[in-house]
Design a protein around this ligand. Structure first.
Ligand code: KIV
Length: 265
């Protein structure tokens, strides 16, 4: 019979974004994993994951869409609430879904809902134009912790045409480095780099003092993030930068722990 998801670690001090920023300054790494429901969140917390990303990847791995474009703000809030029930001490980052930040006021309103209803402690925005950096500055000035997502931005897939690596030529690579520095100046608390060459990720990580989290971006970043279904071998295929830790360890908790341990080494 199903049992209520209880969090046995209620007395433990909740993790903070400031602590993760301090880790970067001390040369320590941290871990981030996606989770979309209370049980996954509870297991992530038990395994010591530092940040849970309630990513709009839920549109693909849970809702079965081909892209993240159909995901709504209400979907994000629904999953954010569930995750918050399972993990009270782990930092929760929620994605701003497609078209929920098309203009400044909308970005503020969406952030308000993600934090007040979806229980986000930091929100993530895919930065595909310069105006997104201005929105992030405005959000930061209003007390909203933000992670700027650079490199491959899946919400613009219909413009990009493929999920291939970004920043392969010198112009695009320099643009990504510039954007990372602009994001830091705008008040972003973290940067996520998706699918860029390892050397570029290393340069970006060295160019900013806020933590840089990578996915498909090599080892020389401050943290790794993966989609939980990929490390459990449930996605139908395993991206080259992920690994099925479930078949290696024999349990979901073991798989999350193994991911976390590898990530901080
Ligand atoms: O939505 C998501 O899960 C993400 C990760 C792939 C980084 O943005």
């Amino acid at each position: 019979m199903a049992q209520p998801i209880t969090n046995k670690q209620k007395t433990i001090k909740p993790k903070t974004i400031k602590e993760l920023q301090a880790k970067k300054l001390n040369g320590e790494k941290f871990s981030m994993l996606t989770a979309y429901d209370a049980t996954q969140a509870m297991l992530c917390e038990k395994a010591g994951v530092d940040i849970i990303l309630v990513g709009d990847s839920l549109g693909m791995v849970i809702q079965g869409h081909n892209t993240t474009v159909p995901v709504s703000l209400d979907d994000m809030i629904y999953h954010g609430k569930a995750v918050a029930k399972g993990a009270t001490n782990t930092i929760k980052m929620l994605d701003m879904p497609f078209m929920s930040f098309a203009y400044k006021e909308q970005a503020l309103e969406s952030a308000k809902r993600l934090m007040q209803e979806g229980q986000a402690e930091i929100i993530k925005i895919e930065v595909s134009t310069q105006k997104h950096i201005e929105f992030i500055e405005d959000l930061s000035n209003n007390g909203v912790p933000v992670c700027g997502h650079l490199g491959l931005t899946p919400q613009t897939i219909h413009k990009l045409g493929s999920y291939g690596k970004r920043g392969k030529d010198e112009t695009e690579a320099q643009q990504i480095i510039n954007n990372a520095q602009q994001l830091e100046q705008a008040g972003a608390d973290m940067i996520l780099l998706e699918c860029v060459p390892a050397e570029l990720a290393k340069q970006v990580t060295e160019a900013v003092s806020v933590p840089v989290v990578g996915i498909g971006a090599g080892r020389d970043v401050d943290a790794q993030v993966l989609v939980i279904y990929d490390i459990l071998g449930m996605s139908g295929y395993i991206p080259s930068f992920a690994k099925d830790f479930l078949s290696e360890t024999g349990s979901i908790e073991g798989a999350i722990r193994k991911f976390g341990l590898l990530t901080i080494c």
